[in-house]
Write a protein of this length. Structure first.
Length: 676
């Protein structure tokens, strides 16, 4: 709000109880997640818009303020609230520091503004006697206001109060002073907030790096970057790193890079027994060479990994590591701390299961074991260790199968030392459990996007994610595929399905990712009867021909460029769906200021689809009666639209989507010809 006043707060709020004498009730503070039980989230550079109901008896003028303080600050700052409608008030403040902020709301009667409103109404009809009495009443109110102000404002307000008090001797001057707009503005800076009603508690706000709110992830296996028949290394991965950077990805995510266990090592396609030369699953962590704070010798050394991180930084890319809190039977923890693992009745350690799947090569930790404090500290130290190596972005494997109190502890300890840390939860689980992890501090989360295919499914799900309180704490990250999941529509939809899902992921969500090169090379052969890759890279080394001419690499590069160039795609709150008369076509938009992107996708990968879409011009900020040009960023075609209702036709044999940028608002065909 441009009209708000910002300065260090005069008082520090106490939320043990609201001021008993206050006539103003503070209610329905927004954002205020679960009545303030959990922190809301924003990213660096955002503004936090705070709204609240400030309710008072009678007809007095009410004023309010938001008190806030940044991480580590002892003093509170204030920003004054402005009225909306129906006792609702609003204020905003800028977020310029990472970490945990606090904010609260106070409301009180503005005594001088109340007097002034009464005075303005009485001036024309009041008798001289009534006017003098009214001005003296104003003097009393103004003197009390002056006592709350610092110099030089205190002196100015006392002087004005004396003029009002001397109304009988100087009526014309007193009346002029009482009606002075500048005096009202000055006095309204110092209402009686010591008598304020207060929100029931202070609320918390977590500010994270911009990468937490807007990012494109690319996952690849370093061991699959070597020459044919050879195990790849961090050094051979430099080329794949450059490849991902050239496509415009912000984050390169590596599966676990630690030594892989040999006991019960899985073979190809999760075979119960490995053959000679099978590399095993990277998620079976730990061997004689070390555990979670070691690197697999065949990938290189810790210095090689640091060089990989440094090279990524030169390319403007962040490195994310997969942290899987589990151990192979060969992990040093199993030998040194057997008490950290769940046991069978016979005393042997219980391996992981997800019936009918059995993972004999993985031992889960027991987060409630007798020595849980030591276990929690050790596992937290894993994150801290890699942060010291320059990694502050983590993809966390199956966090929903670990203790929620552990995550609260771990994330707090990590962010105390590294407030720039970002954690992505690989939590394909029940919705409320996914949301609980986000409330406890995970920056982003995998979602059900992978299985939302129809127009109704997508619209309903995205409305939940962007138009409810979920948006205050849960940041979705849309993945069309993962090493674990090859959804059915990618198995049978052909090239068009890959393109459509890519466009949907990249434009519906400000955070998205792909598992490559499987995605851009449209790998689609599944294990019989499953949504899982046949010849899965989790269990073998693959050799990808990333130079294949049919690769989707150009489209991916184009979409990442479009995302970066259009600020409205950097967030999700402005997402709006627009009706179409064909359910095979989905239309939606995002906008920020004058930047408007309208996306239309053909959800049918096999047939040409056409129809009429109807735009809500009011929500897009396009004035009624004006023509405007839409510029398709994928085909570079331009169209002149003049009505809310417009025709589209998309053939999946070519490109199943439009990504329109509203380039110009034009008045005539001549204008269109000029810009075209």
């Amino acid at each position: 709000m441009s009209s708000v006043v910002k300065r260090p707060a005069v008082v520090v709020p106490s939320h043990a109880a609201s001021a008993a004498a206050s006539r103003v009730f503070v209610e329905h503070v927004s954002p205020g997640l679960t009545a303030g039980a959990y922190a809301v989230k924003r990213v660096l550079g955002d503004e936090l818009r705070v709204e609240a109901d400030l309710i008072c008896d009678g007809h007095d003028v009410v004023t309010g303020r938001v008190l806030y303080r940044s991480p580590g600050a002892s003093a509170w700052c204030e920003v004054r609230m402005q009225p909306l409608v129906n006792d609702r008030f609003v204020a905003s403040f800028a977020l310029d520091q990472l970490g945990v902020w606090e904010y609260s709301v106070e409301g009180c009667v503005d005594a001088f503004a109340t007097w002034r409103r009464s005075f303005d109404r009485r001036r024309e009809s009041a008798t001289d006697e009534d006017l003098i009495a009214n001005l003296r009443q104003g003097a009393s109110v103004l003197a009390a206001t002056a006592n709350r102000a610092p110099d030089p404002d205190r002196t100015r307000l006392h002087a004005a109060a004396q003029v009002l008090d001397d109304a009988e001797r100087r009526p014309r001057e007193a009346a002029h002073t009482g009606a002075d707009a500048a005096l009202l503005q000055l006095a309204s800076q110092y209402p009686a907030f010591e008598q304020a009603g207060r929100s029931a508690r202070a609320f918390e706000l977590v500010v994270e790096p911009r990468l937490a709110g807007f990012s494109a992830w690319y996952e690849f296996f370093p061991r699959s970057t070597g020459s044919a028949g050879e195990h790849g290394t961090f050094r051979t991965s430099f080329a794949r790193l450059q490849y991902a950077a050239d496509m415009g990805f912000d984050i390169v995510y590596l599966p676990p890079i630690h030594p892989i266990g040999r006991s019960f090592r899985k073979g190809r396609n999760n075979a119960p027994a490995a053959e000679a030369g099978d590399p095993g699953s990277p998620w079976a962590i730990g061997a004689a060479e070390g555990g979670h704070m070691s690197v697999h010798p065949e990938l290189g050394t810790l210095d090689d990994f640091r060089a990989f991180v440094a090279r990524a930084r030169e390319l403007g890319v962040s490195v994310a590591l997969d942290i899987a809190l589990q151990a192979s039977p060969d992990h040093p923890y199993v030998r040194e701390h057997p008490e950290w693992f769940a046991k069978r009745p016979d005393g042997s350690i219980q391996y992981a299961e997800n019936p009918p799947k059995k993972y004999q090569d993985i031992y889960p930790f027991d987060f409630e074991c007798a020595t849980a404090p030591e276990l929690w500290q050790e596992l937290t130290s894993v994150f801290l260790f890699w942060a010291e190596q320059g990694v502050t972005v983590f993809r966390v494997d199956n966090p929903h199968t670990k203790s929620l109190p552990f995550w609260a502890y771990c994330i707090h300890e990590l962010k105390q030392r590294h407030p720039d840390a970002i954690l992505l939860a690989e939590a394909f689980t029940r919705p409320k459990l996914m949301y609980a992890l986000a409330k406890l501090g995970f920056s982003q989360s995998y979602t059900y996007f992978t299985w939302r295919n129809t127009k109704h499914e997508l619209t309903t799900y995205l409305t939940e994610l962007t138009k409810t309180d979920v948006a205050e704490f849960f940041r979705p990250n849309f993945w069309p595929n993962t090493p674990d999941i090859l959804p059915e529509h990618l198995q049978y939809g052909g090239r068009a399905a890959f393109m459509a899902r890519l466009v949907l992921a990249a434009t519906l969500s400000s955070n998205y990712g792909i598992y490559g090169p499987a995605f851009e090379l449209m790998e689609h052969v599944a294990r019989a009867g499953a949504e899982e890759y046949l010849d899965n890279e989790k269990y073998e080394i693959k050799h990808w021909d990333v130079a294949r001419p049919d690769s989707l690499r150009p489209l991916i590069t184009q979409l990442n460029r479009i995302r970066r160039e259009n600020p409205c795609l950097h967030e999700n709150r402005s997402l709006e769906f627009h009706p179409t008369d064909n359910d095979a076509l989905i239309c939606y938009s995002k906008h920020r200021g004058s930047n408007i992107v309208i996306t239309v996708v053909n959800l049918d990968p096999h047939h040409r689809q056409s129809g009429w879409l109807e735009l809500d011009r009011t929500k897009l900020g396009i004035p009624a009666g004006t023509s405007y040009q839409v510029h398709d960023q994928l085909s570079q075609a331009r169209y002149l639209w003049g009505d809310s209702r417009n025709y589209v036709e998309l053939d999946p044999a070519g490109m199943p989507a439009h990504v329109f940028v509203v380039r110009y608002r034009v008045r005539s065909e001549a204008d269109f010809d000029y810009f075209a």
